[in-house]
Design a protein around this ligand. Sequence first.
Ligand code: AMP
Length: 572
Amino acid sequence: MPHHTPLIATLVAGLVLAFILGALAQRFRISPLVGYLLAGVLVGPTTPGFVADPALAADLAEIGVILLMFGVGLHFSLADLLSVRFIAVPGALVQIAFATALGMALGWSLGWRLGGDLVFGLALSVASTVVLLRALQERRLVETEQGRIAVGWLIVEDLAMVLTLVLLPPLAGLLGGAAEAGSAAPPGQIARTLGITFAKVATFVALMLLIGRQVVPRILHYVAHTGSRELFRLAVLSLALGVAYGAAELFGVSFALGAFFGGMVLAESELSHRAAEESLPLRDAFAVLFFVSVGMLFDPTILLREPGPLIAALLIVMFGKSAAALLIVLAFRHPLRTALTISASLAQIGEFSFILAGLGVSLGLLPQEGRDLILAVAILSILLNPLFFAALDRLAPWLERHSVMSVAETSAEPVQTDLPTTSLQDHMVLVGFGRVGSRVGEELEREQLPFLVIEDRNELVARIRTRGIEAIQGNAAAPEVLAAANLALARALLIAIPDGFEAGQIVEQGRAANPDLEIIARAHSDEEVEHLQRHGADLVIMGEHEIAHRMAERALRRQPATSEPARARVPP
Ligand code: AMP
């Protein structure tokens, strides 16, 4: 039996160690991310013992990126993407420029050449897709307004990176590095490279939107009708990986961007939810490998060799970059919480920075020291990122109370939206029309009470409307969606969605919009009940309590009438 199986060794060592250390971290109430990163350091080349293959680990991590972005695309329609362009495009560009300038200043103070400064600055300016999406997913923010802006921002950063990676080699000579063909590329060639890149990206996007949108859902529908779960899973996986790979190979688009569009063409299909479920387990496993691969690149001696520059670079990533993002989002008159969430999610660097640093070193632009700094800043900023969110949770309510930009005030402002406000008055607003909400809806219909539904899933909304019920499609946690339900004039808000965290956001906004509104919410645990009550719910119904209550009620009611103790009892 041959023992030289680096792929299996890397996969197994990465996953097993990540599991053990992740579980330990969880036990000590630290984020499991710390465990995954540490697992990477342990199997990395800087620590003694087994050394996994860093290149293979990075490849495996890339699969995690693809599946993550595919999953995000599944929840994103073209309209969602276009709705955030006014903030995401200028926001991302200004923030990249600002962070790059800060990074360049640091590089300059360390005595590097212009090209090195530029690569270093750019590497500090782009956030990691995996870290950002994980943070948003953990807090179930992907489908909220904040999440949409952050994802739009990510897409712009991604496109900027594609351009940078394409343009850096021909520009290397000009920037003081080793040019691709030995000398500086003429401006004509640079313009051509730029034109070709734009044309390729545009062709890919056009192909996906025009042809992909027709063909891909059909393939999936066909497979769904075969009734084979295995084939359906395979189809989802082939689509995610196939489109991403094809996009990268044929059009020079990044894997992440390719996967995002692969998911997006499916977003409007009813099967998108099933596709998301099917890709979930693999996505999680490979996203863990991403963190392991980051840990592997970390050289702990940098902490002793370059403490000053390291702290300066870390401050740029964690505070410089996020301060720029915060100000930009606020300048666009978005709520303070949105601005804080976006800046917290951008306050880290990851995979793009490694690729850029690697390219910078190979082109003779960036000194090795710069690459070491970037790797160290990445691991430290990823480690510290959860603290940012924890601080946000504590600080945001206080800031909102003490600032002119409170949620209630800003959401009352005209938000950019094309959702028409309902004409209903003294109505009920029912959030979610699944197993719970649809039954509530039936009762309201029977009693002929005026109500409208807010529901996330397109296909459900279409069905609700055909029944003659008014419905708003969207995530009820998004301020503009709630605004369209006109809570100020409503009688009651019934929140029938399973997620307590999201329900809390809806309760909070509902209470701010109308202090007299009767708010009834659904919960699954005592913690959620408390959370929702704290945010202003009048009544919180916990499913398990109601089940217990009904069971007991039924059993007690039947007891005297049907009791035949001898037969009902199980024989000893
Ligand atoms: P169920 O758990 O079967 O009662 O289904 C819950 C329903 O609520 C599903 O149809 C979801 O699409 C919907 N839903 C979940 N979260 C939200 C949200 N934030 N905004 C609107 N609809 C939601």
